[in-house]
Design a protein around this ligand. Structure first.
Ligand code: 5GP
Ligand code: ZN
Length: 112
């Protein structure tokens, strides 16, 4: 499958990893929008939030257990934002489920 993040999981495209286990990978965004900008992805391909099901949602729960540990390691004690863009109107550019962790500065309150 021609998927950028599957290639990152496979090591075909290099990334700056900050966390990895059997199920998930977290790495720094190539075009950071905040001092800390990390992407957390399932290793198995899921296209977007729209493709989360009863069968594969365990990995999403796992991602949300790991996110606070990453935030702590990145010293985001003042807070951070978790975002997942889903589909065209949200501007999803990579069709492999990912959660942005954004922090390290006061973030805008604008959500749209
Ligand atoms: P989206 O717009 O789909 O929510 O987020 C995709 C994110 O992937 C963007 O923030 C973009 O900067 C990041 N990105 C795109 N290509 C690469 C890459 O090759 N390596 C890394 N580390 N991030 C990438
Ligand atoms: Zn993929």
């Amino acid at each position: 499958m021609d998927c950028l993040f599957c290639k990152i999981v496979a090591g075909e495209i290099p990334s700056q990893k900050v966390y990895e286990d059997e199920e998930i990978l977290a790495f720094r965004d190539i075009a950071p929008m905040a001092p800390v900008h990390i992407l957390v992805i399932p290793k198995a391909h899921i296209g977007s939030v729209d493709e989360v099901t009863a069968e594969n949602s365990g990995v999403v729960a796992h991602i949300f257990q790991v996110i606070p540990r990453i935030a702590q390691a990145e010293k985001l004690e003042k807070g951070y934002r978790v975002v997942s863009n889903c589909g065209e109107h949200a501007g999803q550019s990579v069709k492999h489920l990912h959660f942005h962790i954004l922090g390290g500065r006061q973030l805008s309150l604008e959500m749209a």
